[in-house]
Design a protein around this ligand. Sequence first.
Ligand SMILES: [Cu+2]
Length: 336
Amino acid sequence: MHHRVRKTAPFAAVLTLAVALGFGGGFLAGRAPAVPLTTGPAVIHAASAAHEAMDQAHEARVKAFPAKTAGLGAQPLQHRLLGGVKVFEVTAREVQWEVEPGVKRTAFAYNGQVPGPTIRVTEGDRVRVILKNQLPESTSIHFHGLITPNAMDGVPFITQPPVKPGQSFTYEFVARPAGTHMYHSHHGPDQITKGLLGAFIVAPRDRSKEPRVAADVVLIVNDGPLGYTLNGKSFPATQPIVVKLGQRIRIRYMNEGQIIHPMHLHGLPGLVIAKDGHRLAQPYTADTVNVAPGERYDVLVAANQPGVWALHCHILSHAESAEGMHGMVTAVIVQK
Ligand SMILES: [Cu+2]
Protein backbone atom coordinates (compact mmCIF):
# COMPACT_ATOMS: atom_id res chain seq x y z
CA MET A 1 0.00 0.00 0.00
CA HIS A 2 1.04 3.58 -0.49
CA HIS A 3 1.75 5.48 2.68
CA ARG A 4 0.93 8.88 1.37
CA VAL A 5 -0.10 11.96 3.24
CA ARG A 6 -3.39 13.61 2.36
CA LYS A 7 -4.47 17.10 3.37
CA THR A 8 -6.07 15.81 6.55
CA ALA A 9 -4.94 15.33 10.10
CA PRO A 10 -1.59 13.64 9.27
CA PHE A 11 -0.71 16.63 7.10
CA ALA A 12 -0.59 18.92 10.11
CA ALA A 13 1.57 16.36 11.88
CA VAL A 14 3.93 16.26 8.92
CA LEU A 15 4.31 20.02 8.90
CA THR A 16 4.85 20.16 12.63
CA LEU A 17 7.51 17.50 12.28
CA ALA A 18 9.10 19.28 9.35
CA VAL A 19 9.29 22.54 11.26
CA ALA A 20 10.50 20.86 14.43
CA LEU A 21 13.33 19.26 12.50
CA GLY A 22 14.29 22.49 10.79
CA PHE A 23 13.58 21.10 7.34
CA GLY A 24 12.99 24.57 5.88
CA GLY A 25 15.82 26.51 7.44
CA GLY A 26 18.53 23.89 7.54
CA PHE A 27 18.13 22.43 4.12
CA LEU A 28 19.10 25.58 2.28
CA ALA A 29 21.70 26.90 4.69
CA GLY A 30 24.80 28.19 3.00
CA ARG A 31 23.11 29.05 -0.27
CA ALA A 32 22.65 32.80 0.37
CA PRO A 33 24.61 34.99 -2.06
CA ALA A 34 28.13 35.67 -0.81
CA VAL A 35 28.90 39.22 0.26
CA PRO A 36 32.45 40.38 -0.50
CA LEU A 37 34.32 41.37 2.66
CA THR A 38 35.31 44.76 1.23
CA THR A 39 31.79 46.08 0.52
CA GLY A 40 30.51 49.11 2.43
CA PRO A 41 27.57 49.14 4.85
CA ALA A 42 24.96 50.22 2.26
CA VAL A 43 25.96 47.46 -0.15
CA ILE A 44 25.88 44.90 2.62
CA HIS A 45 22.43 46.09 3.62
CA ALA A 46 21.11 45.70 0.04
CA ALA A 47 22.64 42.24 -0.29
CA SER A 48 21.18 41.32 3.07
CA ALA A 49 17.68 42.37 1.99
CA ALA A 50 18.03 40.32 -1.19
CA HIS A 51 19.06 37.22 0.69
CA GLU A 52 16.19 37.67 3.14
CA ALA A 53 13.74 37.80 0.22
CA MET A 54 15.32 34.69 -1.26
CA ASP A 55 15.11 32.84 2.04
CA GLN A 56 11.48 33.87 2.50
CA ALA A 57 10.57 32.58 -0.97
CA HIS A 58 12.33 29.29 -0.25
CA GLU A 59 10.67 28.96 3.14
CA ALA A 60 7.21 29.60 1.71
CA ARG A 61 7.60 26.78 -0.81
CA VAL A 62 8.88 24.32 1.80
CA LYS A 63 6.06 25.25 4.19
CA ALA A 64 3.52 24.63 1.43
CA PHE A 65 4.73 21.02 1.11
CA PRO A 66 2.83 18.77 0.56
CA ALA A 67 0.63 21.22 -1.32
CA LYS A 68 -2.86 20.21 -2.34
CA THR A 69 -3.57 19.93 -6.06
CA ALA A 70 -6.37 18.38 -8.12
CA GLY A 71 -5.72 14.85 -9.31
CA LEU A 72 -3.50 12.06 -8.02
CA GLY A 73 -1.78 9.63 -10.37
CA ALA A 74 -0.57 6.03 -10.10
CA GLN A 75 -3.63 4.85 -8.17
CA PRO A 76 -4.31 1.09 -8.15
CA LEU A 77 -6.26 -0.09 -11.22
CA GLN A 78 -8.95 -2.66 -10.49
CA HIS A 79 -9.50 -5.53 -12.91
CA ARG A 80 -12.46 -7.74 -13.65
CA LEU A 81 -11.98 -11.48 -13.97
CA LEU A 82 -13.39 -12.89 -17.21
CA GLY A 83 -12.88 -16.61 -17.84
CA GLY A 84 -9.64 -16.61 -15.88
CA VAL A 85 -8.34 -13.46 -17.60
CA LYS A 86 -7.58 -10.27 -15.63
CA VAL A 87 -9.17 -7.52 -17.71
CA PHE A 88 -8.01 -3.92 -17.32
CA GLU A 89 -9.43 -0.93 -19.17
CA VAL A 90 -7.53 2.26 -19.90
CA THR A 91 -8.93 5.25 -21.74
CA ALA A 92 -6.50 7.80 -23.13
CA ARG A 93 -7.71 11.39 -23.28
CA GLU A 94 -6.52 14.94 -22.96
CA VAL A 95 -6.85 16.60 -19.54
CA GLN A 96 -5.74 19.74 -17.78
CA TRP A 97 -3.35 18.44 -15.12
CA GLU A 98 -2.42 20.52 -12.07
CA VAL A 99 1.29 19.86 -11.58
CA GLU A 100 1.64 22.32 -8.71
CA PRO A 101 -0.87 24.68 -7.09
CA GLY A 102 -2.37 26.91 -9.75
CA VAL A 103 -0.20 25.52 -12.56
CA LYS A 104 -2.27 23.47 -15.02
CA ARG A 105 -0.80 21.97 -18.14
CA THR A 106 -2.33 20.13 -21.08
CA ALA A 107 -1.61 16.46 -20.45
CA PHE A 108 -2.48 13.11 -22.00
CA ALA A 109 -3.79 10.77 -19.32
CA TYR A 110 -4.89 7.16 -18.89
CA ASN A 111 -8.16 7.17 -16.94
CA GLY A 112 -7.63 10.83 -16.08
CA GLN A 113 -4.42 10.16 -14.11
CA VAL A 114 -0.78 11.20 -14.56
CA PRO A 115 0.95 8.80 -14.18
CA GLY A 116 -1.75 6.42 -15.36
CA PRO A 117 -3.17 3.94 -12.85
CA THR A 118 -0.80 1.31 -11.49
CA ILE A 119 -1.39 -2.22 -12.75
CA ARG A 120 -0.37 -5.04 -10.40
CA VAL A 121 -0.61 -8.70 -11.41
CA THR A 122 1.12 -11.96 -10.60
CA GLU A 123 3.64 -13.74 -12.82
CA GLY A 124 1.81 -16.17 -15.09
CA ASP A 125 -1.51 -14.30 -14.98
CA ARG A 126 -3.30 -13.99 -18.30
CA VAL A 127 -3.83 -10.27 -18.73
CA ARG A 128 -6.03 -8.30 -21.12
CA VAL A 129 -5.65 -4.53 -21.43
CA ILE A 130 -8.34 -2.76 -23.44
CA LEU A 131 -7.12 0.61 -24.71
CA LYS A 132 -9.74 3.17 -25.75
CA ASN A 133 -8.40 6.18 -27.60
CA GLN A 134 -10.23 9.45 -26.93
CA LEU A 135 -7.19 11.55 -27.84
CA PRO A 136 -7.12 13.90 -30.83
CA GLU A 137 -4.30 11.74 -32.26
CA SER A 138 -3.42 8.08 -32.78
CA THR A 139 -1.71 6.10 -30.04
CA SER A 140 -0.68 2.61 -28.87
CA ILE A 141 0.59 0.91 -25.71
CA HIS A 142 3.94 -0.76 -25.29
CA PHE A 143 4.42 -2.93 -22.20
CA HIS A 144 7.96 -1.97 -21.29
CA GLY A 145 9.93 -4.79 -19.66
CA LEU A 146 7.27 -7.43 -20.23
CA ILE A 147 7.87 -10.23 -22.69
CA THR A 148 4.74 -10.38 -24.82
CA PRO A 149 3.88 -12.12 -28.08
CA ASN A 150 5.33 -9.97 -30.84
CA ALA A 151 1.89 -8.85 -32.07
CA MET A 152 1.21 -7.38 -28.59
CA ASP A 153 4.38 -5.26 -28.50
CA GLY A 154 2.54 -2.04 -29.30
CA VAL A 155 4.77 -0.44 -31.93
CA PRO A 156 2.73 1.17 -34.75
CA PHE A 157 3.63 -0.04 -38.25
CA ILE A 158 5.91 -2.73 -36.82
CA THR A 159 3.49 -4.91 -34.85
CA GLN A 160 0.09 -3.18 -35.24
CA PRO A 161 -1.63 -0.25 -36.92
CA PRO A 162 -1.85 2.88 -34.77
CA VAL A 163 -5.02 3.10 -32.70
CA LYS A 164 -6.80 6.07 -34.24
CA PRO A 165 -8.97 8.58 -32.37
CA GLY A 166 -12.22 6.90 -31.38
CA GLN A 167 -10.82 3.39 -31.86
CA SER A 168 -9.96 0.63 -29.36
CA PHE A 169 -7.28 -2.03 -29.26
CA THR A 170 -7.09 -5.09 -27.05
CA TYR A 171 -3.74 -6.36 -25.80
CA GLU A 172 -3.50 -9.83 -24.30
CA PHE A 173 -0.54 -11.74 -22.93
CA VAL A 174 0.75 -13.78 -20.04
CA ALA A 175 2.45 -11.54 -17.46
CA ARG A 176 6.18 -12.26 -17.35
CA PRO A 177 8.84 -11.85 -16.15
CA ALA A 178 8.21 -10.83 -12.56
CA GLY A 179 9.46 -7.37 -11.66
CA THR A 180 9.00 -3.63 -11.94
CA HIS A 181 7.85 -2.70 -15.42
CA MET A 182 5.91 0.06 -17.17
CA TYR A 183 3.27 0.62 -19.80
CA HIS A 184 3.29 3.64 -22.06
CA SER A 185 2.48 5.06 -25.45
CA HIS A 186 4.78 4.11 -28.32
CA HIS A 187 3.55 6.75 -30.75
CA GLY A 188 4.40 10.39 -31.38
CA PRO A 189 7.21 12.50 -29.96
CA ASP A 190 5.63 13.61 -26.69
CA GLN A 191 2.79 11.31 -25.64
CA ILE A 192 4.81 9.76 -22.81
CA THR A 193 6.19 13.04 -21.51
CA LYS A 194 2.65 14.44 -21.65
CA GLY A 195 1.51 11.65 -19.32
CA LEU A 196 0.67 8.43 -21.20
CA LEU A 197 2.56 6.14 -18.86
CA GLY A 198 2.09 4.00 -15.80
CA ALA A 199 3.66 1.33 -13.62
CA PHE A 200 3.08 -2.33 -14.49
CA ILE A 201 4.25 -4.47 -11.60
CA VAL A 202 4.43 -8.25 -11.84
CA ALA A 203 4.74 -9.99 -8.47
CA PRO A 204 6.65 -13.27 -8.54
CA ARG A 205 4.48 -16.38 -8.27
CA ASP A 206 6.77 -17.59 -5.50
CA ARG A 207 6.78 -14.70 -3.04
CA SER A 208 8.95 -16.44 -0.45
CA LYS A 209 12.01 -14.45 -1.55
CA GLU A 210 10.24 -11.10 -1.75
CA PRO A 211 11.46 -8.64 0.89
CA ARG A 212 8.87 -7.80 3.52
CA VAL A 213 8.18 -4.08 3.50
CA ALA A 214 5.79 -1.68 5.19
CA ALA A 215 5.19 0.25 1.98
CA ASP A 216 5.73 -0.45 -1.71
CA VAL A 217 6.15 2.94 -3.39
CA VAL A 218 6.05 3.66 -7.11
CA LEU A 219 8.14 6.75 -7.94
CA ILE A 220 8.04 7.68 -11.62
CA VAL A 221 10.29 10.52 -12.76
CA ASN A 222 9.42 12.44 -15.90
CA ASP A 223 10.47 15.57 -17.74
CA GLY A 224 9.04 17.50 -20.67
CA PRO A 225 5.79 19.42 -21.23
CA LEU A 226 4.68 18.90 -17.61
CA GLY A 227 8.00 20.07 -16.17
CA TYR A 228 10.20 18.01 -13.86
CA THR A 229 7.82 15.71 -12.04
CA LEU A 230 7.68 12.89 -9.50
CA ASN A 231 4.49 10.88 -10.04
CA GLY A 232 3.11 13.69 -12.17
CA LYS A 233 3.59 16.46 -9.60
CA SER A 234 6.21 19.13 -8.97
CA PHE A 235 7.37 20.24 -5.54
CA PRO A 236 5.67 21.41 -3.34
CA ALA A 237 2.78 19.29 -4.70
CA THR A 238 4.78 16.05 -4.61
CA GLN A 239 3.69 13.39 -2.11
CA PRO A 240 6.00 12.59 0.79
CA ILE A 241 6.64 8.97 1.72
CA VAL A 242 5.67 8.55 5.37
CA VAL A 243 7.08 5.63 7.32
CA LYS A 244 7.50 4.66 10.95
CA LEU A 245 10.92 4.39 12.56
CA GLY A 246 12.25 0.86 12.19
CA GLN A 247 10.12 -0.02 9.19
CA ARG A 248 11.47 -0.81 5.76
CA ILE A 249 10.10 0.39 2.44
CA ARG A 250 10.60 -0.49 -1.18
CA ILE A 251 10.93 2.35 -3.68
CA ARG A 252 10.44 1.47 -7.34
CA TYR A 253 12.10 4.21 -9.39
CA MET A 254 11.12 4.44 -13.05
CA ASN A 255 12.22 7.03 -15.59
CA GLU A 256 9.71 7.92 -18.32
CA GLY A 257 11.50 11.15 -19.30
CA GLN A 258 14.13 11.99 -21.88
CA ILE A 259 17.10 12.62 -19.62
CA ILE A 260 18.82 10.88 -16.73
CA HIS A 261 17.82 11.71 -13.14
CA PRO A 262 20.19 10.83 -10.28
CA MET A 263 17.74 10.36 -7.40
CA HIS A 264 19.36 11.15 -4.07
CA LEU A 265 17.88 10.28 -0.67
CA HIS A 266 19.34 12.01 2.37
CA GLY A 267 20.13 10.13 5.55
CA LEU A 268 18.90 6.68 4.59
CA PRO A 269 21.16 4.78 2.17
CA GLY A 270 19.23 2.26 0.10
CA LEU A 271 19.92 -1.29 -1.01
CA VAL A 272 19.45 -1.63 -4.77
CA ILE A 273 17.97 -5.09 -5.29
CA ALA A 274 16.75 -5.04 -8.89
CA LYS A 275 17.45 -3.34 -12.23
CA ASP A 276 14.74 -3.25 -14.92
CA GLY A 277 12.72 -5.71 -12.87
CA HIS A 278 15.49 -8.31 -12.71
CA ARG A 279 16.83 -9.23 -9.29
CA LEU A 280 20.52 -8.40 -8.90
CA ALA A 281 22.83 -11.28 -8.06
CA GLN A 282 24.73 -8.83 -5.87
CA PRO A 283 22.60 -6.04 -4.40
CA TYR A 284 24.56 -2.88 -3.63
CA THR A 285 24.16 0.07 -1.30
CA ALA A 286 23.74 3.59 -2.71
CA ASP A 287 22.44 6.99 -1.67
CA THR A 288 22.14 8.17 -5.27
CA VAL A 289 20.48 6.03 -7.92
CA ASN A 290 21.08 7.23 -11.46
CA VAL A 291 17.85 6.41 -13.29
CA ALA A 292 18.20 6.68 -17.08
CA PRO A 293 15.21 6.91 -19.43
CA GLY A 294 13.46 3.53 -19.59
CA GLU A 295 15.26 2.15 -16.53
CA ARG A 296 13.73 0.87 -13.30
CA TYR A 297 15.48 0.33 -9.97
CA ASP A 298 14.03 -1.35 -6.89
CA VAL A 299 15.56 0.03 -3.71
CA LEU A 300 15.00 -1.11 -0.12
CA VAL A 301 15.21 1.70 2.41
CA ALA A 302 15.47 1.00 6.12
CA ALA A 303 13.89 3.88 8.03
CA ASN A 304 16.39 3.79 10.87
CA GLN A 305 16.82 7.55 11.43
CA PRO A 306 13.85 9.73 12.40
CA GLY A 307 13.26 12.99 10.59
CA VAL A 308 12.30 14.55 7.31
CA TRP A 309 14.80 13.34 4.73
CA ALA A 310 14.85 15.15 1.42
CA LEU A 311 14.59 12.96 -1.68
CA HIS A 312 15.43 14.77 -4.90
CA CYS A 313 17.04 14.65 -8.29
CA HIS A 314 20.65 15.74 -7.97
CA ILE A 315 20.74 17.66 -11.24
CA LEU A 316 20.19 20.83 -9.28
CA SER A 317 18.23 22.71 -11.93
CA HIS A 318 15.62 19.93 -11.68
CA ALA A 319 15.21 20.59 -7.95
CA GLU A 320 16.30 24.13 -7.04
CA SER A 321 15.63 27.62 -8.32
CA ALA A 322 16.10 31.21 -7.12
CA GLU A 323 12.47 31.07 -5.95
CA GLY A 324 13.03 27.90 -3.94
CA MET A 325 12.88 24.17 -4.44
CA HIS A 326 10.75 22.97 -7.34
CA GLY A 327 10.28 19.96 -9.58
CA MET A 328 11.84 16.68 -8.51
CA VAL A 329 11.83 17.09 -4.75
CA THR A 330 9.93 15.17 -2.11
CA ALA A 331 10.81 13.66 1.28
CA VAL A 332 10.87 10.44 3.19
CA ILE A 333 9.36 11.26 6.58
CA VAL A 334 10.39 8.85 9.32
CA GLN A 335 8.08 9.20 12.30
CA LYS A 336 9.05 8.07 15.80
CU1 LIG B 1 16.66 15.29 -12.74
